[in-house]
Design a protein around this ligand. Structure first.
Ligand SMILES: *Cc1c(COP(=O)(O)O)cnc(C)c1O
Length: 451
């Protein structure tokens, strides 16, 4: 019943090819097993069971080859099973798989930290620490900021997403599905409005200045600057709807933090490592955060995360105060070194910009044609359209879901996001071929025609 499995990686034919309906019979059979054995709390964008992936395609158990415009949520930026990731991982996995960095260290961990210290914004002295997941990196960034400042409060934003652990659930804005029934949540987390140009009451032109006023005013009145350990922000919001703050907002926040001794933490877990056309999204405006969290795109699909920042902050914590059994696992570090090498050798920031130059004009053309598209936004290969009832700001989640399903059935993986579930987001691998990207966008355009 199962189709023959091709070899994954960059040699996988870069094509959309449907042999069955999607999902096909082999995937449906596996899904039955999944239903009997895997908890209901895990859901799927598209329940096709993957047997191979590479470049910009996923191949499923029925032999269907799907165009991947999601990269496993901005993870496989260098492509699935990228050559340098596979070679480094293969070498490392045969050499040793684990010692625990806290028991006996190894060079790969140090080298990843050196790379992060070098690549993250700012010329100051930096240090890094490695973890397993984005949520864990955010937790540790907050731990470090609290320890270094002796303060407790953490300021986060509307529409923020920072993870699913207890502290990061508290920091995440959206209730369903992330928080519902999982409380009580960690304390000392304060939420302020996000500079969201499309939905800012005073309009996009006033958004940066007014939002800065509101945010700093609320912090002063409701928290007290001297109590704030850290302000944590996604420079372009991910799960919350690909909200791009207007120019001036991030530099204004950074300045406010500097003036008040608040640690400015950029959560670059989704936006970082070439995704937006720069190494980090904050580079766009030359903002230098005190701490940067990384994960997702850093290791070509293997679980790895980092906190990188000012040496004096990172070193504020006593020896033994940071760590974890698996954090900075040697195989994951080897993958990260292969991924970063790929990003440099193939100039993936430029590739991301080129992808944006293809996607944004096409989506703007669609927006002119279909009034259900209220906003087109994003940078580089992190781009989205927000769907609304025509002529209003009323979110149209049903339309987003319908479009996504139509794309899936036609063999193109697109993701949705947004506090209101009404945003279609595109996160292609940065190595995707132009023709494949074009074809994926045509399928998306056709889907709007069937609304
Ligand atoms: C995905 C994400 C996280 C959480 O990362 P996990 O690896 O899923 O724990 C945190 N912050 C941002 C901005 C993310 O996109």
């Amino acid at each position: 019943m199962t189709a023959p499995v091709p070899a994954g990686g960059p040699t996988l034919p870069q094509q959309r090819r449907l042999l069955t309906e999607v999902p096909g019979p082999a995937s449906r059979e596996l899904f039955e097993r999944r239903q009997r054995s895997v908890a209901r709390g895990l859901s799927h964008v598209l329940p096709v069971f993957v047997t191979a992936a590479g470049g910009g395609v996923l191949v499923d158990a029925d032999g269907n080859s799907l165009i991947d415009l999601g990269s496993g949520i901005a993870v496989t930026s260098v492509g699935n099973s990228a050559e340098l990731v596979v070679s480094r991982v293969t070498e490392q996995v045969a050499q040793f798989t684990h010692t625990c960095f806290m028991v006996a260290p190894y060079e790969g961990y140090v080298e990843v930290c050196e790379q992060l210290n070098r690549l993250t914004p700012g010329e100051h002295e930096k240090k890094s620490a490695l973890f397993n997941s984005g949520a864990e990196a955010v937790e540790n960034a907050v731990k470090i900021a609290r320890h270094a400042t002796g303060r407790e409060a953490v300021v986060v934003f509307d529409h923020a997403y920072h993870g699913r652990t207890n502290l990061t659930m508290a920091m995440t804005a959206k209730n369903m599905p992330y928080k519902q029934g999982f409380g009580p949540f960690a304390g000392e987390v304060y939420r302020v409005p996000m500079a969201y140009p499309f939905r800012w009451p005073g309009g996009p032109a006033a958004c940066a200045a007014e939002a800065l006023d509101v945010v700093t005013g609320l912090i002063h009145a409701q928290v007290g600057e001297e109590n704030v350990a850290a302000l944590v922000i996604e420079p372009i919001q991910g799960e919350g709807g690909f909200v791009v703050p207007p120019d001036g907002f991030l530099p204004g926040l950074a300045k406010f933090c500097r003036t008040n001794g608040i640690v400015f933490i950029a959560d670059e877990i989704q936006s970082g490592l070439c995704r937006t056309g720069d190494w980090f999204a904050v580079d766009h405006e030359g903002v230098v955060p005190d701490l940067v969290t990384t994960a997702k795109g850093i290791a070509g699909g293997l679980p790895l995360a980092g906190v990188t920042g000012r040496a004096e902050l990172m070193d504020a914590v006593h020896p033994g105060g940071l760590g974890g059994t698996y954090g900075g696992n040697p195989v994951a570090c080897a993958a990260a070194l292969g991924a970063i090498d790929t990003m440099q050798k193939q100039d993936l920031p430029a590739a991301a910009r080129a992808i944006g130059d293809v996607m944004l004009p096409r989506l703007r053309k669609l927006a002119a044609q279909y009034p259900v598209i209220g906003d087109v936004r994003g940078r580089g290969a992190m781009v989205a359209v927000e769907l609304v009832r025509p002529g209003t700001l009323e979110p149209d989640a049903a339309a987003a879901s319908k479009i996504a399903k139509t794309c899936h059935a036609a063999g193109v993986i697109v993701l949705t996001c947004g506090t209101y579930g009404n945003v279609l987001r595109l996160l292609p691998p940065l190595v995707i071929g132009t023709e494949l990207l074009d074809e994926g966008l045509s399928v998306l355009a056709d889907a709007f025609g069937t609304l």
